[in-house]
Design a protein around this ligand. Sequence first.
Ligand code: BG6
Length: 495
Amino acid sequence: IKPKPTVFTIFGGTGDLAARKLIPALYNLYLDGYMPAKFTIVGLGRTDYDNQKFREILLDGINKFSRSGKADAAKWKVFSSCIQYLQSDAKKDKTYQDLEAIIKEKDQEWGEESNIIHYLSVAPQFFPIISKGVATINIENKEQRNRIVIEKPFGHDLDSAKELNKLLQSLFDETQIYRIDHYLGKETVQNMMAFRFANALFEPIWNRNYIEHVQISVTEDIGVEDRGGYYDGSGALKDMVQNHILQVLCLVAMEPPVSFNADEVRNRRVDVLRAIRKFGHEEVKHNTVRGQYASGWVAGEEVLGYREEKGVDPNSNTETFAALKFFIDNWRWQNVPFYVRTGKRMHQKASVISIQFKDVPHPIFPIEASESWQQNRLIISIQPEMSIRLQVQAKRPGLDMILNPVDMVFNYDGTYPAESPEAYETLLLDVMEGDQTLFMRADQIEAAWELLMPVVENWESRKSINFPNYAADSWGPEIAEALIAKDGFHWFTMP
Ligand code: BG6
């Protein structure tokens, strides 16, 4: 069933996200037949463009960034005829009056009421003014028709997140608010639910009796690129852990929901956040590590250290790497450590979940038989490789009894010939269809902030640290290895 006719407004229409992700996602949804039969996309921005110029810029974005490659001329012509530009200032009432006129005109033209999606792809200081502005748009059946999508960062600490939630909830019903975390739209992340709850095989061993520890590692090889200004006020903990990594952790650790209903699933995710052991001073000291990259060489080219990047304070103590050890205090996970790490300018771009099972209770093979003994491990690779590997011990062929680990592999590439949709395609379609399962509810956002605030505050209060402390193209600071090695484990890296 196609979604209802839709007016899709993009505040920040001339920005990077619109050109790189949002418009290519909508275009690919259109190519695959998922866009509503009647839709219009209104890009808002301050720059003086006309429709033609705006469309040219978006076409350029598609040609560069769309997974389906260069746009097809005939299809682009039809699709782009549904895009218009509204030169506007978010602070002025006129902007919202103009939008009201567009919506009313479309209602008339289409002969039915459309859904209206306001996508706030702007700096967070504009969230309040735009939310208030769109709430003034005077149309019939507002509550049923209006949806608002908020990009990250959702707050910069617990108080600001609460304040933003309060404002949004005074203007809209929670069912109208879509707080986006693009990791939840990734194919492999979504598969986590299917893998766990559509198979009888794994759930019985998915607990403290069989699992020794869990790792979630999201490493990037790029530096901060041209986002130094934003990043320097944020850092790895707020940029990646508070949102993406904690959401992935929730999917790994959650209890089975009663159904796939949005609130059932979100209830179980927030339960995990609430069960995570609080960080006191001692936990921050022993269970967290931060780092910042120095200059170095990547693929034969010299790259800048973080403090030399554009927009970054030359004495910055913002972390570009964070590693933490969590415990989840409930029956399923008592005393199972969850190690997470993320960093920029690291040796490999890879987002990987590694679940290590406990060793066999009694070894029957002589020690010499095990060439490279490896406890069973389940490796879920989110990106760039999209795969699930189960590592098991096997006998190597031959006359001697020699064991070594082998992988049973499910690789998306080999299994599904069609390319997977991008996270934004999944999420934008969900907004159009009114499905909030993959979006964050107010309580989830606040629980994640609440959990990390002691770490944020502790790190901010202890500014004089030895930064930079890891070289570009490395695996992060040495103390990050120590964090996990002291428990007898090592960070898993993709081969
Ligand atoms: C964003 C962060 O949310 O996620 C970026 O702000 C980061 O700093 C990006 O690079 C990573 O997303 P992906 O999809 O490339 O893993």
